[in-house]
Design a protein around this ligand. Structure first.
Ligand code: SME
Length: 160
């Protein structure tokens, strides 16, 4: 059994420090990327409040393909440049979207989603996946969340 529950009063950077530390411990010694992504999605779900979706899209043969996640069933494939995920994957830049309805081309996989954070995972200088967090709360994500998930992406890039 793994028990990586966040401290109840942990917030902001502290919460993400614990999340990254837990992720490093979980992926250490496991070489299967799918297994590692599944556990990381579960960790994000456990640590980060107010989410309705958390998981991975992998960049395979020039398009994003759904990976391990927690939440409702989601779009299987997303073209590069399409939606929030495709924009993050093509640009290599984090997308922190306060209001998904105002994002041109947003792909609504779960109608409950109101805000979204998508962080590219980069290995050897190339985007290999994105980490996608959705929230039913408008403006749920800020720069601290973005830095935290970016730290997570860097910590697990070799393990997925
Ligand atoms: N909203 C995303 C699609 C993926 S789901 O949110 C899980 C997008 O616009 O790329």
């Amino acid at each position: 059994m793994f028990d990586f529950a966040p401290e109840t009063d942990a917030a902001g950077p502290q919460l993400y420090d614990s999340l990254v530390e837990a992720a490093r411990a979980l992926v250490a010694g496991e070489r299967d990327g799918i297994a590692n992504m599944a556990n990381i999605a579960a960790l994000i779900w456990q640590f980060v409040p107010d989410l309705n979706w958390a998981g991975f899209y992998r960049l395979i043969d020039g398009e994003l393909v759904l990976g391990p996640f927690i939440g409702k069933p989601a779009c299987l494939r997303i073209a590069l440049g399409s939606g929030v995920c495709g924009t993050a994957a093509r640009s290599g830049e984090t997308q922190c979207i306060a209001d998904v309805h105002a994002f041109p081309g947003h792909i609504a996989c779960d109608a409950a989603s109101r805000s979204e954070l998508v962080v590219p995972v980069v290995r050897d200088g190339a985007v290999i996946a994105v980490i996608d967090l959705d929230s039913p709360a408008p403006g749920r994500f800020d720069a601290e969340d973005a830095r935290g998930i970016e730290a997570l992406a860097m910590a697990v890039a070799e393990a997925i």
